[in-house]
Design a protein around this ligand. Structure first.
Ligand SMILES: [Fe+2]
Length: 452
């Protein structure tokens, strides 16, 4: 039979054509609960974002929340003599405050980064626009601080990349105001090609310099190389410094922060997470300190999803789930966002592979626009835990209305900005009395399941 030329050559070719056809209508229709006539989006080209400013001007400017009422301004200069200082104020062109920070740089084989500046500014007033200048040179930027209380709106996008789809996603994101950008891993898809980190920084600057971008790492941030760079994350840690020290973490790969009544935990799928690990112990401690009267909403972001019915990356988050799911469940985490799978999928509330009204809602939002394209293949039949799944580029929005309700919506890039492809109202878990019975000693095994 192996000598049969049809089986040996033609059949595999036919399969290849079927699954990777340039004609989307010939591809298998695998999305559920979406219009069968919907045309899937093929990958698009990488966008080149050139450096057009002087060597002393800031480039790749982005901001991040760093403790209550403070913002970290990060930028890069080719000129190593530029000072790490930020001038800022509430009136354009009039800077009545100055802050001086730190700088770093790194080498990766033959690549040498520019001077990477990190400056913490504040204290800042909530819901206020600030104007700022970096290093005493170049253009003025501005940002708005998050509101002091609800409502607050988050944009959530994973696996962003720097393709024409990325640009489309960011344009859609920018069409409606929001407060904080959350990215559950896979930023630039530089994959050790360091110049792509620079072009990514320039591509996102118009957005990331105006609203805080809070990120965690994905597999494309690792960039290890045997013997020479065994620990990885050189570019990511230097460029995307997050408030890990402020949250008691010892690693930039996992941290937490509070904003406007929300406690947000950014976990690391690509560092140790077993029960003896520093990350596990930190997470246990961090969850133990959450005061739900101050931050009723608790959300977690990580890269490799714990629940996933796509054939792509199936099971890759399983060992982390087995290690850490109990901690999240006992703490009554409201939502877990993941990326990695290049599609959108929303699950019901889950604990240990079963629907559970006291477990988190799980959402995969890895459809930001990366160069690898979409993850088209979902398992069939679907799981009853999966409520909506579709391989299309897009972004999500979580609008926390108050301490009780939040609205989640998913927006496809191929639709108009106002069109909502999927949406759900979430009720905060602190409002469910039955979910808190017998949990005082933080032992989930004593939760009264009869009451759930
Ligand atoms: Fe990934």
């Amino acid at each position: 039979m192996e000598n049969n030329p049809w089986l040996k050559h033609f059949f595999p070719l036919l399969l290849t054509f079927f699954f990777f056809s340039p004609f989307p209508l010939l591809q298998p229709s695998l999305a559920l609960q979406s219009d069968d006539t919907y045309v899937r989006q093929p990958p698009r080209q990488i966008v080149d974002t050139p450096h057009r400013r002087s060597k002393s001007d800031p480039q790749q400017v982005h901001i991040s929340l760093v403790g209550k009422d403070y913002m970290r301004i990060t930028w890069i200069t080719d000129d190593k003599n530029v000072e790490s200082k930020v001038e800022y104020g509430k009136v354009s062109g009039k800077y009545d405050a100055t802050a001086v920070g730190e700088h770093t740089s790194y080498h990766y084989f033959f690549y040498s980064s520019g001077k990477i500046h990190h400056v913490k500014i504040g204290p800042l007033e909530a819901a206020t626009t600030y104007y700022y200048r970096c290093g005493g040179h170049g253009p003025e930027f501005s940002f708005k601080t998050p509101p002091p209380n609800f409502p607050i709106e988050f944009v959530v996008v994973g696996d962003l990349g720097q393709t024409e789809w990325t640009a489309s996603t960011l344009t859609h994101v920018d069409s409606k105001d929001y407060d904080v950008f959350l990215l559950p891993g896979d930023l630039s898809y530089a994959d050790s090609h360091q110049l792509l980190w620079d072009s990514f920084g320039r591509l996102v600057e118009p957005y990331a310099s105006r609203r805080p971008w809070m990120v965690t790492e994905g597999n494309h941030e690792v960039e290890t190389f045997p013997i020479i760079y065994p620990h990885g994350f050189k570019a990511y840690n230097a460029r995307w410094l997050m408030p890990y020290e402020e949250s008691g973490s010892t690693s930039n790969l996992y941290y937490s922060f509070d904003v406007s009544g929300c406690h947000i935990i950014m976990l690391g799928s690509y560092t140790d997470f077993d029960q003896d690990s520093a990350q596990y112990k930190w997470l246990e401690s961090d969850l133990g300190k959450v005061d739900r009267t101050k931050t009723p909403w608790v959300m977690v972001l990580l890269h490799a999803p714990w629940y996933n019915t796509n054939l792509a990356h199936k099971g890759e988050g399983e060992s982390m789930r087995k290690s850490m799911e109990d901690l999240l469940y006992k703490a009554r985490v409201d939502v877990v966002f993941a990326g990695h799978v290049h599609a959108y999928e929303r699950f019901t509330r889950i604990y240990d592979n079963k629907a559970d009204p006291c477990g988190p809602v799980y959402i995969t939002i890895g459809d930001g626009g990366n160069r690898e394209g979409l993850a088209l293949m979902f398992e069939n039949p679907s799981s009853e835990l999966s409520l909506y799944r579709e391989p299309s580029f897009g972004h999500g929005r979580l609008r926390i209305v108050d301490g009780t309700r939040a609205h989640w919506s998913w927006h496809r890039n191929n639709d108009s900005d106002a069109y909502v492809a999927d949406e759900i109202w979430l009720e905060n878990l602190t409002k469910s009395k039955s979910c808190w019975l017998n949990t005082q000693d933080n032992d989930g095994s004593k939760v009264n399941k009869d009451e759930l």
